[in-house]
Write a protein that binds this ligand. Structure first.
Ligand code: MRU
Length: 354
């Protein structure tokens, strides 16, 4: 039931247009890296790890079919594609992570006189494989943290529409559900773009998991009733100290989890941990267009002229996070030390990524 929302197929990138879900399942195919960049910007492709996977494949598109071009022109085109993709969205560090891997591979291939386009594609496919393997390991580590018979609450979408394999937080939920430990999932609708209502509910229903959709404001109600035994969310960037940027509303859930004594669990591959960003205040937070708030699915819900503040993400302080589950294990307080130790651990093969 898990879906490959971005795929490489014979010189093209094939992806599911997530803005059309759940109404329509529209698959698009392109050999133009700019189309992939635009799809990332418009959230047709979204979720931190999936953005990285798509960006790697997009550079492979820019590099292919250039046998008639000079090495210098090819290198310029590849660098331009990387810069163009890097500018699509600022918060998810997986984008930078993937593009750095591609840039490095490009440089090595060029220096060694090898086939640059082939090696960039190989690296892009390795990034996808690494993320898929990371999801599986996150699920295995994370499922252990879910108490028997638990109802869990999740925010935004962190499933196969957002990451490699079965996803991060949703991957844990699915693994724990298979182990018979999850009784019910509360999914927040996740305003403004409704990733919870449109995407997470779609994935949960396909997986046959008992799921209840709630508005973002209903989280305290279900927690106060004792109906939530764990909150599970993903991450777009985790600073070196454990402060975590994720879909706006996550910080609010963490405060509630603390208030009601529920574990607040963040799940993300190590490619989401950014050692170069010391703390949450240093994470760039994307602001989206006002019409995403004044309108719901194209229908105006606020009066014309309404002023809007629309950050796409917020930062949850590390102190509010009980556990950070990565593909290298579970970080607990103090997260700064645990994350640093994970980053020092050599990567398991095959791609050797972080
Ligand atoms: O704006 P989006 O839909 O790309 O935001 C996605 C999230 O905030 C996810 O929680 C995060 O990327 C983790 S996905 C495994």
């Amino acid at each position: 039931v898990s879906i490959r929302a971005v795929e490489w197929t014979e010189g093209k990138v094939r992806f599911l247009d997530q803005t059309k879900l759940p109404g329509e399942e529209v698959w698009r195919e392109t050999d133009d890296h700019r189309v992939v960049a635009e799809a990332i910007r418009r959230l047709e492709i979204r979720g931190a790890p999936l953005i990285g996977i798509a960006a790697g494949m997009a550079v492979a598109l820019a590099a292919q079919g250039r046998s008639a071009a000079s090495a210098a022109d090819t290198d310029t085109a590849i660098a331009a594609a990387i810069a163009h993709l890097q500018a699509t969205r600022p918060t998810a560090v997986n984008l930078t992570y993937a593009l750095d891997r591609i840039r490095e591979r490009h440089a090595h291939a060029r220096a060694a006189g090898r086939d640059v386009a082939r090696e960039i594609l190989e690296e892009a496919l390795l990034i996808a494989r690494d993320e898929e393997a990371a999801s599986a390991r996150i699920a295995a580590y994370g499922a252990e943290l879910i108490p028997d018979g638990a109802c869990v609450l999740t925010h935004c979408n962190t499933g196969s529409l957002a990451a490699g394999g079965e996803g991060t937080a949703l991957g844990i939920i699915r693994a724990a559900h298979r182990a018979g430990r999850v009784r019910r999932v509360y999914a927040t609708e996740t305003r403004p773009l409704l990733q919870g209502a449109r995407l997470t509910m779609w994935e949960l229903l396909r997986a046959g998991i008992d799921a209840v959709l709630i508005t973002d404001g209903t989280a305290a109600t279900v927690m106060a009733r004792g109906e939530v035994q764990a909150v599970l969310v993903g991450a777009d960037r985790i600073a070196a100290n454990g402060d975590t940027a994720n879909k706006v509303g996550t910080h609010m859930l963490a405060v509630l989890a603390g208030r009601f004594g529920v574990p607040m669990i963040v799940a993300a591959p190590l490619s989401t941990v950014d050692a170069a960003t010391p703390r949450g205040a240093d994470i760039p937070i994307e602001e989206r267009q006002p019409d995403e708030v004044t309108h719901i699915q194209g229908v105006r819900v606020a009066p014309a002229g309404a002023r809007v503040f629309a950050p796409a993400f917020d930062v949850t302080p590390a102190e509010l996070i009980t556990a950070i589950v990565t593909d290298r294990g579970v970080s607990r307080h103090p997260h700064a030390e645990a994350l640093a130790a994970m980053l020092r651990t050599p990567a398991p093969r095959p791609g050797g990524g972080r």
